[in-house]
Design a protein. Sequence first.
Length: 78
Amino acid sequence: MGPASLSGRIGKELTNCDKFPIINFEAIELDEVNINKTDLGKDQQYHLDIVRAIQTGQCAPDLAIRDPGPLSHSRWLT
């Protein structure tokens, strides 16, 4: 454990989440996110794409294979 890892139950589960297959899922109605994607950092853009996939119920193939890098709380502090 250290600043580059998450120690909680969910954080531990997410360690290998990129290895799980994409499954069919039902869209979840969410408020529209009105933000210019170019104003976001790489991590935030990735998470916005995930939110949009949840909203539509469709996971784009490029999102499914994207490698966001290691999950790290410290990357969100700056």
